[in-house]
Design a protein around this ligand. Structure first.
Ligand SMILES: *Cc1c(COP(=O)(O)O)cnc(C)c1O
Length: 364
């Protein structure tokens, strides 16, 4: 027992696992970053060293996501949640109307925040079936004069993911990709704004990344607080004030790591393989059930139940004792959730399935 515990398979929905290579390299450079005599935690955000970190991070993100030149990349504090407010404050620029699709708790929160600032219409919702599917919407469902349409591309809590990109007929599409960014290739040009809190697939918590089409920047009204204006971040290269330097540094290391392992297409292949293995096991187990409609299932957040809340609790506790952490579902819905983000190795999925089999045997 005195031995230091091994690193666990952490199935947390966020903050979540980072690539071990990145953590170990950061540890080796923690006190003295690449021999510059300072740690990234201590260095000036205006220094040449940090400037290089920031520029490389942006460049590598642009490379792996294939971001077109007419999009700005911004690192902004306040996580995904602050984006819920920045979006209406910047994008309600003509009619003051925006259309939201409600596919879960995060989508609801985003819409609720926007309602403080404009005329928000819920054009579709999957609340009628506990958000177990993604609503299907057509171009005609949106108000033609809406300033933007908002979707939550991957629903972290309910384990769903859009199987399609809604056709908005030219209305800028805004997507919360907090829990799926970098897990799959994306045609960025289909979106006006993509944003993501970083603590699921990219870095330690505390910032969001916003990827925004240039012609949508610069419409914040005069009374919008300076920090909440995207133009401030775009014009100042994400250093209007002191950014979260360490999170940006780790994000950059993760982008490099993805590039070196063959890019997002390669990662996506692995993610499909991991998720398929787990869903196939669940569907054929006889004990576990996934409540999500098959074509809308998330590759990142795999939600399942036994149908017996006490047994679910026992499962989560025993898994923890077996070095598999945070398998509990979100506190709002219970059950189980295995978040298998980019950094979860196949061995983690295999270990989980082996444990699930054993648990099923023991609890017949
Ligand atoms: C985690 C999450 C958020 C919130 O992110 P914070 O950084 O905690 O504000 C928003 N949207 C989605 C889809 C998420 O998964």
């Amino acid at each position: 027992m005195s031995k230091e515990r091994e690193r666990a398979y952490n199935f947390s929905a966020g903050p979540s696992m980072l690539p071990l290579e990145v953590i170990e390299d950061a540890a080796a450079n923690l006190a003295n970053y690449k021999g510059c005599g300072e740690s990234v935690m201590e260095m000036s955000h205006r220094s040449a060293e940090f400037k290089a970190i920031l520029e490389d991070a942006e460049k590598n993100l642009r490379d792996i996501l294939d971001i077109p030149d007419n999009y700005k990349v911004m690192f902004i504090q306040g996580g995904g949640t602050l984006q819920f407010a920045m979006i209406p404050l910047n994008l309600l620029r003509k009619s003051g109307k925006a259309d939201y699709i409600i596919s879960g708790t995060w989508a609801k929160k985003a819409a609720k925040e926007a309602e403080k600032f404009g005329d928000i219409k819920i054009v579709a919702s999957s609340a009628d079936d506990t958000f177990s599917y993604i609503p299907e919407v057509k171009r005609e469902d949106f108000r033609p004069d809406a300033d933007y349409v908002h979707i939550t591309y991957n629903n972290t809590i309910y384990g769903t993911h859009y199987p399609y990109i809604p056709d908005t007929g030219g209305i800028p599409l805004v997507a919360d990709m907090s829990s799926c960014i970098l897990s799959e290739e994306i045609d960025v040009s289909k979106f006006g704004l993509i944003y993501a809190g970083v603590q699921k697939n990219i870095a330690p918590s505390g910032i969001a990344i916003a990827i925004m089409r240039e012609d949508l920047i610069g419409f914040a009204k005069d009374n919008v607080p300076t920090y909440l204006d995207y133009k401030i971040h775009a014009d100042n290269g994400s250093t209007y004030n002191t950014p979260n330097c360490f999170a940006i540094y780790i994000a950059g290391e993760v982008f490099k790591h993805i590039k070196n392992m063959g890019g997002i297409a390669k990662l996506h292949e692995k993610n499909v393989e991991k998720a398929k293995k787990l869903y196939d096991f669940i569907d054929n187990s006889g004990l576990y059930k996934c409540p999500v409609r098959e074509k809308d299932r998330s590759l990142m957040n795999v939600v399942f139940i036994t149908g017996d809340a006490d047994l679910d609790k026992k499962f989560v506790a025993e898994a923890k004792a077996n070095n598999m952490h945070n398998l509990n579902g979100h506190r709002s819905i219970g059950g189980m959730r295995a978040s298998i983000y980019n950094a979860m190795p196949m061995e983690g999925v295999d270990a989980l399935i082996a444990f699930m089999k054993k648990f099923q045997e023991e609890n017949k």
